[in-house]
Design a protein around this ligand. Structure first.
Ligand code: RP5
Length: 179
């Protein structure tokens, strides 16, 4: 897991408009994973924002962010964190918006700690938990696109087209390796 990939310093067109999806992460070190969610939302031209918000190190920032999210027009929050990954659950505690949790692969326990921290929410405060790592981040963004597409037929069409391209890209048989 690289810690050298910086958060974007300039905002893309997709992030300049009023954001529909918020991507939050507990640390700069999570960006290497969470950039995959950012990439998908950018590809679908879904207005979004990316911020570092830590449940442990910046608890007030988290409360302010989550409590104001619906009022600011956000529809979905994607929250990625590793280790004792309380960010998605605490975020969900402060907002009625759907929160999608991405377990970041930790150094010590390969993300099992992150996964169990995020997935084991008590009944009443849901967090939609994705897979550990890049796949989870990518799928969180695709799920956010699916949620938004329920009320956006143009986005629904783009999502269906994206999936059709993915299906068409799968070969019928494996290419034998060169000997
Ligand atoms: C969590 O602790 C973050 O989400 C990150 O995955 C993990 C390690 O953070 P750093 O020590 O790299 O800042 O809060």
């Amino acid at each position: 897991m690289s810690e050298t990939v910086p958060l974007p310093t300039s905002t893309s067109e997709a992030t300049q408009a009023s954001p529909k999806v918020g991507i939050i992460m507990g640390s700069q070190s999570d960006w290497e994973t969470m950039r995959h969610a950012d990439a998908i939302l950018t590809e679908f031209e879904i207005p979004h924002e990316t911020l570092i918000v830590s449940a442990h190190r910046t608890p007030d920032r988290l409360a302010d962010y989550a409590k104001s999210a619906a009022g600011r027009g956000l529809s979905v929050i994607i929250a990625g964190a590793g280790g004792a990954a309380h960010l998605p659950g605490m975020c969900a505690a402060w907002t009625r918006l759907p929160v999608l949790g991405v377990p970041v692969e930790s150094r010590a326990l390969k993300g099992m700690d992150s996964l169990l921290s995020i997935v084991q929410m008590p009944g009443g405060v849901p967090v939609g938990t994705l897979a550990i790592g890049a796949s989870g981040a990518k799928n969180a963004a695709l799920l956010a696109a699916s949620i938004l597409s329920l009320h956006d037929t143009e986005l629904a069409g783009r999502l269906e087209a994206w999936r059709a391209i993915q299906t068409a890209s799968v070969a019928n048989a494996p290419t034998p390796e060169d000997k």
